[in-house]
Design a protein around this ligand. Structure first.
Ligand SMILES: Nc1ncnc2c1ncn2[C@@H]1O[C@H](COP(=O)(O)OP(=O)(O)OP(=O)(O)O)[C@@H](O)[C@H]1O
Length: 319
């Protein structure tokens, strides 16, 4: 009965259009009665456009078939659709990192992932709106999983995939490798709630979800539907003798450590001085540079097909 009203649009990253497991999964689900339309992207921007047009095609569920970048584009397209007409989001992970799908417990193979898209329930989750200034132009972008800034962003966008995998062991190896590789900090004024602070940071993470960069858990207590961003600030350090304390704090995420601060807020702003370099950021893994940016939670903006026991849903809170 449910199936009769549902219509699925698969938006496939063109890189994966010939993926045999995906083709097989589509055939299998069509045979089982799942009404599927498929569109493949040619270049960046297509996935967002296809997602935006989906509501007018009578689509109820848009399934992003690609990596975190494709999921991000689809989310941006869906956020351009009025809330009451916005189709739900599903994911068939086909990227190299798939951080959002991995951390939410979704199946990672095309067959099981598409079957899950047919059978799972959709849950409303928060989406984060970023308004930013770059070269005196204002931009608005959305993300579903995580924004990292400073070193974290540089490593995600410039490090080759094999090195990223090696660093997947977590923040400890990340920080060690970072120090050995190249070290620079980012300066700016941070605002959240009624607080304002000048900071020199090695790393900033603003998590709606928990992990980015191919397995780096930077917001371990984040929930997708709590109306909050989990903020990780890692302060700059000047000598390797300070590393043990920093590493220890990175394993415990203290509210107010010597180097590490972890807290939640619904809005977070970074402003740089004119002479400071723009911050390198990655939004759901996609790189950009901004002089000023504000991240703000849009509560329960999008329904997403997720496992019932997804650890990132508040209903499954075990803390
Ligand atoms: N037909 C295409 N061929 C090549 N690249 C494409 C095509 N369509 C879109 N893109 C680009 O692919 C990128 C998104 O890739 P995606 O995130 O899906 O894969 P990935 O980078 O391997 O995954 P992950 O982020 O999980 O590591 C976007 O930057 C987009 O511009």
């Amino acid at each position: 009965m449910k199936d009769l009203q549902q219509r699925f649009l698969l938006i496939v990253n063109g890189k994966s259009a010939g993926n045999p497991a995906l083709r097989e999964a589509v055939e299998e689900q069509r045979e089982a009665g799942m009404p599927i339309t498929v569109r493949s992207t040619w270049e960046g921007g297509d996935a967002a456009l296809f997602a935006e047009q989906a509501a007018d095609m009578g689509i109820t569920h848009v399934i992003a078939c690609g990596g975190d970048g494709t999921v991000n584009e689809v989310v941006n397209g869906l956020m351009r659709v009025p809330h009451d007409k916005r189709p739900a989001l599903g994911i068939v992970p086909l990227g190299s990192a798939n951080d959002f799908a991995t951390s939410t417990g979704l199946p990672l193979e095309p067959g099981p992932a598409l079957a899950a898209a047919r059978n799972l329930t959709s849950y409303p989750i928060d989406i984060v709106r970023v308004t930013a200034a770059a070269n005196d132009k204002s931009v608005t972008q959305y993300y579903v999983n995580m924004t990292t800034g400073g070193f974290g962003a540089e490593i995600t966008s410039t490090t080759p995939k094999t090195l990223k995998r090696m660093l997947g062991g977590g923040a400890y190896s990340l920080m060690g490798a970072l120090k050995a590789w190249r070290h620079r900090s980012y300066c700016g004024t941070l605002h959240w709630g009624d607080k304002e602070q000048d900071a020199s940071l090695l790393l900033l993470a603003l998590g709606n979800g928990r992990q980015s960069g191919g397995g780096q858990v930077l917001a371990p207590r984040a929930k997708l539907d709590d109306g909050r961003l989990d903020v990780l600030l890692v302060k700059d350090f000047s000598s390797v003798t300070e590393l043990p304390t920093l590493i220890n704090e990175l394993q415990n995420f203290p509210a107010e450590g010597e180097y590490v601060r972890y807290f939640t807020t619904s809005q977070f702003t970074v402003t740089t001085r004119r002479e400071d370099p723009a911050w390198p950021l990655t939004l759901d893994g996609e790189a950009c540079h901004y002089d000023r940016f504000c991240a703000e939670v849009v509560p329960l903006a999008l329904r997403v097909l997720l496992p019932e026991d997804c650890p990132l849903l508040s209903a499954n809170d075990r803390h």
